[in-house]
Design a protein around this ligand. Sequence first.
Ligand SMILES: C[S@@+](CC[C@H](N)C(=O)[O-])C[C@H]1O[C@@H](n2cnc3c(N)ncnc32)[C@H](O)[C@@H]1O
Length: 345
Amino acid sequence: MKVYKVLKLNHLIKSHRIKFLGLWFLNMANKRTIAVFLDPVLACNFRCKMCNFSNDSYVKEKMKGILKEEDLEQIAMASFKNALKLQIGCAAEPTLFNHNKKLIEIAKRYKVPHISMVTNGNLLTNESIVDYVNAGLNEFIISVHGVTKKTYENFMERGSFDLFHQTLALISEQKKSNPKLLLRINYTFNEDNFYELTDLFTSYKDYAIDVIQLRPIDKVGEGTVYNNYSLKKIEIDYKTISNKLKIEAEKSAITLIYPSSISRNEQQTSIVATANNSNYLMPFVFCYISPRFYWKEGFDYKNETFLEWKKRTGWNKVLFKNIFTSKNKLGSMNRNILNYSIDVN
Ligand SMILES: C[S@@+](CC[C@H](N)C(=O)[O-])C[C@H]1O[C@@H](n2cnc3c(N)ncnc32)[C@H](O)[C@@H]1O
């Protein structure tokens, strides 16, 4: 649960200047400052309607590539020493990759404090769950877009609601022998699947869930099959329902991650009206890696480490300057990724 406490602390510190001061200090000391989000394979077995994978031309053009097993060590060497967490899977489906166990073992060797996997869960088997957990995986994050079978299979095309439940049961069983293993649910909501959330706790009462994230639909790209990004119709009910869920979560000792408000400028759906400044840190802590990309343009992971790159690019100076930069100037990067309230129960 440590990683959720760090997130909560980050959320509680409101001043972006203090956040950058802390980040600068940690970078100067070459500590762990980044969260690595790694897509080992750019493919998916689902075609979720809210996701880019529902856009055929996007998939054909952009979703190609798979990491080579022999590249894993080098990928790790460049940045895992500085990683606070590794999340396997980000924009694509990680269970299609055959070397996750090895990847987890390598991350463990680099003492990455929190290793999670985000997945639709349909391809997980008891064997792979045991393998990943024994290798050192700390958390499974299972994505879901509907509480009922009808909504789940409508929004998560090619997905099986029964397999989803089977996976929750297998992980819950695994937690009996590994109580520290975390099970998290990511519920992405829109105007059409939102009200089902009122049945969330009764539907999942048999599973050992530790964390639930409520994710408002975001405009991830053009051309997704479901493209109603407006949340206007549910804005008022959101307060009531999320408050009820918060009470339920408290009763069940579940950590609830949710935005305190979903009001946003509908003309710019990715920008959220918020007083929190966590998202200003995103470009400086969010490290995305895929077969096509590594951290920042020009970062050559085969020939340099994160520390060498920081020295080469004057990274620490940029962080130091940001302590004195106004929110307005930093604001162009402002996205809603970290604007969540976190109730650690
Ligand atoms: C794109 S998926 C990729 C990882 C994996 N295939 C999975 O299903 O978890 C990553 C997360 O984004 C969520 N997601 C999908 N479409 C979204 C959207 N339009 N807005 C916000 N989150 C979305 C998914 O529910 C999932 O939790």
